[in-house]
Design a protein around this ligand. Structure first.
Ligand code: 5GP
Ligand code: ZN
Length: 113
C-alpha cells in the first residue's frame, strides 16, 4: 500500500528505531510510548486490521508472534509483557496496517481502560 505509514516504515522510507527485523516482520519503538518499553510489531505484508485476517494471510500473523517471543528474549523481558492489538474505531486503531503493541517494564493494569 503506497500511502500506508507502516508499509513505509517497514520499507525504510520513513525513519524508525528498529528493534527487530526478519524476512516477514519489522519491529520498532513507538513514537509515543505508553510504557518504558513500547515496541510496535508488524508484518511486512500489508494487512489492514485483525478483521482482515483469513486463511490467505494468517501465516503472517504467526510470524509476528514468533518474532514477539524472540524480541522478548532479545530484550530480556523476563518479568513479562503485554501484547495489544487495537482493531477498528471502537478498538482505538489509528494506523490501518495491522500491528501489535508490545508493552513492558511497568506493571500493566488489568482490565485496561
Ligand atoms: P494504534 O492506535 O493504531 O493501535 O497504534 C498506532 C501506534 O503507532 C501509536 O501507538 C502511535 O504512537 C504509533 N505511531 C504513529 N505514527 C508513528 C510514527 O510515525 N512512528 C512511530 N515509531 N510510531 C508511530
Ligand atoms: Zn501497510
Amino acid at each position: 500500500m503506497s500511502d500506508c505509514l507502516f508499509c513505509k516504515i517497514a520499507a525504510g522510507e520513513v525513519p524508525s528505531t528498529k528493534v527487530y527485523e526478519d524476512e516477514y516482520v519489522y519491529a520498532f519503538n513507538d513514537i509515543d510510548p505508553k510504557a518504558p518499553f513500547h515496541v510496535i510489531v508488524i508484518p511486512k505484508k500489508h494487512i489492514g486490521s485483525a478483521d482482515e485476517i483469513d486463511s490467505s494471510n494468517s501465516a503472517e500473523i504467526a510470524h509476528v508472534f514468533e518474532a514477539i517471543a524472540k524480541i522478548a528474549k532479545q530484550e530480556k523481558l523476563e518479568n513479562g509483557y503485554r501484547v495489544v492489538n487495537n482493531c477498528g474505531e471502537d478498538g482505538g486503531q489509528t494506523v490501518h496496517h495491522i500491528h501489535f503493541h508490545l508493552l513492558a517494564r511497568r506493571n500493566l493494569a488489568w482490565p485496561p481502560g
